[in-house]
Every structure is written in C-alpha cells, then in structure tokens.
Design a protein around this ligand. Structure first.
Ligand SMILES: Cc1ncc(COP(=O)(O)O)c(C=O)c1O
Length: 370
C-alpha cells in the first residue's frame, strides 16, 4: 500500500543523534540552541523558541499572551483538534468560523462577523502550507488589539508575499511531528517578534524556572533556581533537535520535490469532471498535503477505490464543531459542513517515486473513468 505520508530520514539524522550520545547531554542543551538559531535564520524571525510538539507550541503561545477564562478565540472548525484543546485547557472559549471552500483557509469575512468585545485571539491555519491572506487578517486584528496566533503546523517553509510564514504576524506555531514538511521525531516551535513574550515562553517551557536568576546564582550556588511563573515541562530535547538540524538542512530539497509532485497532480486532474481543484498557488507554498474535492457525495467511494489500487488516502479534517466533546461550542457552519464531505488527501511525501505518483494519478483517473 502506498502510504499517504512518510518521513524521509536516514544516516544524516543518525549522525546528528550520535553526536548527542557522545556528549551524554540528552535533554535541552546546545543542539536545541543550534536548531533554534538555524530556524531563526531560515525564517527571518526575531525569536524562535522550541517546544516538544506543535500542540504545546499553540498552548504555550496562547498562555503567554494571557488567553484565559472569559476570552474568546476564533478559529476555523476545519482543522486538527490541537488548537481547540489548547484554548479549552486555558479556560477560554473556542469560537468556530468558516473556511473558504476554494482554499480551506480561514474565511476572513465570516471570522470578522464573529468578533465580539471578548475576542482576544484569532488562530488561523495555513492549510496544507497555503498561506492565509495575512494583510487582510492583520488589517482587521491590529486596530482591535486582537492577537493572531498562527497555526503553521503545515506551513514551515511557506512564503507569503515574499516573506516566510513565521516572520509576519504576532506568533507563529510550527509542528515537527513525523509527517510534517520536516520532522524532529516529535517537536514544535513558536516564532515571534516580541522579546518579552518569547522570554515568558522560554520560562514556561521549563516549569516557570527563570534561567536569568538561575544563571546569576549559578556561580555561587550551582543548585540554585527560582520558579517565577506558572509553567509546563514542554521543552525540546537535544535528541529531537539533532534530528531537526539534519532535516532542516534538507528542507529546500524536500519542498522542491513536494512541489514537483503537486504540480504533476495539478496537471493530471485539472479538467476532470467530478474533481474540484483547490485554488492553491504553488509558487510560494511548501505543500504539506495534497487535497482534492470530490463532487457528488463520492468521496468515501473514491477512498475505497484507491485502497483497492494500493493507494492510501485520508480526510483532513472532521470539523471540530461536529466532535462530541466540542458540541457545546457548535454553531452553524454550512460551508464547512459541505466541503468536509468532499475532501480527500492523497499521497504526498518526499520519497515518493515518479512511479508512485503515476500510480496515484492513474488510480484517480480510473475512478472517474478517464
Ligand atoms: C493544523 C495542526 N495544528 C496543530 C497540530 C499539532 O501538532 P503536533 O502533532 O506536533 O502536536 C497539527 C498536527 O498534525 C496540525 O495538523
């Protein structure tokens, strides 16, 4: 079965991990700092703080910006549940909004309608790496003093109007889980320009322990530390950072190949009756997943057909307002409810061969009788 996603890992990653083993310092240390500096350079971001997952990146960023009880956070319903759980865990209220069916990115007009005096943050998702219209979004939020926490779990390496995602808004959260554009095994990061919030995130990721006061006292009393704020055990380990260092060096190659496969799909599927293509412009995109919309209530039938041809597929995602645990935040989202029944994710990963891509194309075309 051709999988829908797969990491591309090998001897370079093992070599970086071997260096960590040699030092014997497995926890947070020099590899984490090196990885953060590499990302700062790559993204053109003022601060990059690593954590142990993309979910904890969202949680700690929301927390550091002071999101809490009584606050509302607007986010598309059509996304992974990580951001929603983060909002709820802080005692805040998720407010679901629509996506644009042509891009699956946040529907900014619908988002704007849902802003209330309690709206403290917006959490847009750069779906599959396709950048949201950040000029329009930030134009709305900046004068209302609403913070934008970008969920860029899909979008490391993507660009918006010449700038990397991670160098534009208030705070941008990335995921490096095993299937993302590049991986650390598991990992995440927050890129942000505000030095004070970055410092707060650095403290919060290590249980609120202040490194500054710790460093000050260290010379005199090496055991001394101070807990200065509420925090979590969310930091990244050197082992995970080492994998990330090796992967980040290869990222531009990864992105180029993903784009190449996505272009083949675009060329092959354009014009097929029964398929609605998403209006993604690949030029500035680091495509994480490739999604098509299947018209006529045939999505599930198509998934079964692809499986019979040895091609795995997926659905990203089931809208969160339809999930049992989130039902009390449910609201009317007709566009989302229509589009999610049409979406299917087909294989896209760096190590796919040309033959793999041809198998996917052949199978999709066969399903539509082309
Ligand atoms: C849109 C989105 N946000 C957040 C996350 C959470 O990232 P992680 O799996 O690293 O916790 C994911 C993971 O798949 C995701 O797809």
């Amino acid at each position: 079965m051709l999988q829908a996603h797969r990491p591309s890992i090998g001897s370079e990653e093992l070599e970086e991990v071997r260096k960590v083993f040699e030092t014997g310092w497995l926890g947070m240390g020099s590899q984490v700092i090196e990885f953060e500096n590499m990302m700062k350079d790559y993204l053109g971001a003022r601060n990059v703080v690593t954590v142990n997952t993309g979910t904890t990146a969202l949680h700690i960023a929301l927390d550091a910006y002071g999101i809490g009880p009584g606050d509302e956070v607007i986010t598309p319903s059509l996304t992974f549940c990580a951001g929603i759980q983060s909002v709820i865990s802080l005692g805040a209220t998720p407010v679901f909004c629509e996506v644009d069916p042509d891009t699956l990115n946040i529907d900014i007009a619908d988002m704007e309608k849902r802003i209330t005096p309690r709206t403290k943050a917006i959490m847009p998702v750069h779906y599959c790496g396709y950048a949201c219209d950040m000029d329009r979004l930030l134009g709305i939020t900046r004068n209302k003093k609403i913070v934008v926490i970008e969920d860029a779990a899909h979008a490391f390496g993507s660009v918006y109007k010449g700038k990397k995602i991670g160098s534009i808004g208030d705070a941008t959260c990335f995921s490096f889980d095993p299937i993302k554009n590049f991986t650390c095994g598991e990992g995440g990061a927050v890129a942000l320009s505000d030095d004070n919030i970055a410092e707060e995130i650095r403290r919060k990721r290590v249980l609120g322990i202040s490194k500054d006061s710790w460093q000050r006292q260290k010379k005199a009393q090496s055991w001394y530390y101070e807990v200065v704020t509420q925090g979590y055990r969310y930091h990244m380990s050197n082992i995970n950072a080492a994998i990330g260092i090796a992967q980040l060096r290869k990222l531009d190659r990864f992105i180029a190949r993903r784009k190449d496969i996505a272009e083949r799909y675009n060329d092959a599927f354009r014009g097929i009756e029964g398929i609605r293509m998403l209006k993604w412009e690949l030029r500035e995109m680091a495509p994480f997943m490739y999604i098509i919309r299947v018209a006529g209530d045939r999505r599930d039938e198509m998934m079964d057909f692809l499986a019979s041809k040895g091609v795995a597929s997926g659905v990203h995602y089931i809208p969160n307002h339809l999930q049992p645990f989130f039902s009390r935040y449910s609201t009317e989202l007709p566009a989302t409810e229509k589009v999610w029944k049409e979406i299917i994710t087909i294989p896209l990963f760096y190590d796919m061969t040309d033959d793999d891509a041809a198998l996917v194309i052949r199978s999709v075309k066969e399903f539509f009788g082309c």
